[in-house]
Design a protein around this ligand. Structure first.
Ligand code: C5P
Length: 425
């Protein structure tokens, strides 16, 4: 017997003779430890009473959209969203037609429209009604909308003595389908811990023009930043990557905005706010040419042109102090000496929560150096300390960082900024 402890089901009971079988389904769900809240349509209450349903669920039964007490205590939005899975049984032709066309004139249909959770329907109706082109059309629509089905089965109809397809699936079959969907949901939640979170990632170098053909740049390849954007997306986050010029293909499943200069990068990052997470991995040029020449500079005379530089905006600091500051702001620090000390100072100066510090000195020990390479050796630095990570591929650094981010957001306790500790993982 599967253990469904902690699983929450919203059971929407439609008006059909098969409603009596739902009592058995509730009993089996409760035996397995699931919590079941039931919504009954008006017609359902003609077949089974809210009293029997409530006795089996050990919860109050919800019946009326306009019951102010219900709205005040819980409301149809919460009712439909607090469940892990919504089950409609029996799903009548009428209820399915409403679902297919988005009608909501009672609590059952409104909860079905308001839910953001997977919905499993167990249709039950007369075979002629099941075969009707209107029902067939609605079933196609519901399947296209991502609604799951269990049954109906072939057999004798309870009410009419007619036979054909239309009998509601047996409680054991509905239970098996519920268990299967709950397991799939759990699997997905485990692999997508950042679902519903928004992330902004900067990556790559910036190019600061000197004249129309020359620019100031650096050796950043964008590999680490793109690996982080891809890992955040794989964890379910919706990711905007703002990247300077790189030779890499845009990662799949990420909204990628290509920019050239620091100023362009800043304006796209700010436009992408609000977000929950900001990972600023770009190697932004610290200075730009104050007045880039409109024409190519010529070799006139013996003296090379003097380039007057001006500071670029600090994108990381701007995000960390923005009114819409993401909950978690992560910066990078490439250092050649005093790695942790410098990273800690940067943490405070920039107002970010974590710094990924990497040693870009020739003696870092990473074969081939860090810039442009596939491997990296970093420290995760937070106010309370530094956590040295072993040398690994940039994709692994990204996966490990995203796991730490997911851990941060998995903790429902509101955090203060200085509270994230460095603990070895
Ligand atoms: O100031 P420094 O370049 O050492 O700091 C590195 C961190 O700051 C990186 O996360 C980098 O993306 C970010 N940064 C920025 N805008 C700048 C300079 C650095 O976002 N103008």
């Amino acid at each position: 017997m599967a253990d469904l402890t902690g699983k929450k089901l919203l059971l929407i009971i439609g008006g059909g003779i098969a409603a009596y079988k739902v009592l058995e389904l509730i009993r089996r769900l409760k035996e397995r430890g699931a919590s079941v809240r039931a919504v009954m349509t008006g017609a359902a209450q003609r077949f089974v009473t809210p009293l029997s349903v409530g006795a089996l669920t050990s919860e109050r039964v919800f019946t009326d959209l306009f019951d102010l007490n219900d709205e005040r205590e819980i409301g149809h939005i919460r009712l439909s969203r607090e469940a892990d899975l919504v089950v409609v049984a029996p799903a009548t032709a009428d209820l399915m037609a409403k679902m297919a066309s988005g009608l909501c004139n009672d609590l059952a249909s409104t909860a079905l429209m308001a839910t953001d959770k997977p919905v499993l329907v167990a249709p039950a109706m007369n075979p002629k009604m099941w075969q009707h082109p209107a029902t067939a059309r609605n079933v196609r629509q519901l399947k296209a909308d991502g609604i799951y089905f269990v049954g109906p089965e072939a057999g004798e109809m309870a009410e009419s003595g007619e036979a054909g397809i239309g009998r509601m699936a047996e409680p054991a079959a509905i239970l098996a389908a519920i268990e299967e969907h709950l397991a799939a949901i759990e699997g997905k939640a485990a692999t997508q811990p950042l679902k519903g979170r928004r992330a902004i990632v900067t990556s790559g170098p910036t190019h600061e023009p000197i004249d129309p053909v020359r620019y100031i740049a650096n050796r950043s390849s964008g590999k680490q930043g793109q690996a982080i954007a891809a890992a955040l997306a794989a964890a379910g986050a919706s990711v905007t990557l703002v990247t300077g010029p790189v030779a890499l293909a845009a990662p799949a499943g990420v909204t990628t905005i290509a920019v050239e200069t620091a100023e362009e990068m800043l304006s796209h990052v700010v436009a992408a706010l609000p977000a929950d997470i900001a990972v600023m991995a770009a190697a932004v040029a610290d200075w730009r040419v104050a007045k880039p020449a409109g024409r190519k500079l010529k070799k006139t005379g013996k003296t090379p042109p003097a380039l007057k530089l001006t500071p670029n905006p600090d994108i990381l600091a701007a995000v960390a102090t923005h009114a819409n500051r993401p909950e978690l702001v992560i910066g990078f620090a490439a250092e050649t000496n005093d790695l942790v000390k410098n990273a800690k100072a940067k943490l405070a100066a920039k107002g970010c929560d974590w710094i990924i510090a990497n040693d870009v000195s020739a003696t870092s020990g990473v074969a081939g150096g860090v810039m442009g390479a596939d491997r990296n050796r970093v420290h995760l630095v937070v106010a309370a300390g530094a956590d040295p990570w072993p040398e690994m591929r940039k994709a692994e650094v990204a996966a490990r960082l995203v796991a730490r981010i997911a851990e941060h957001f998995g903790d429902s306790r509101p955090r203060r900024r200085d509270e994230a500790e460095a603990h070895p993982s």
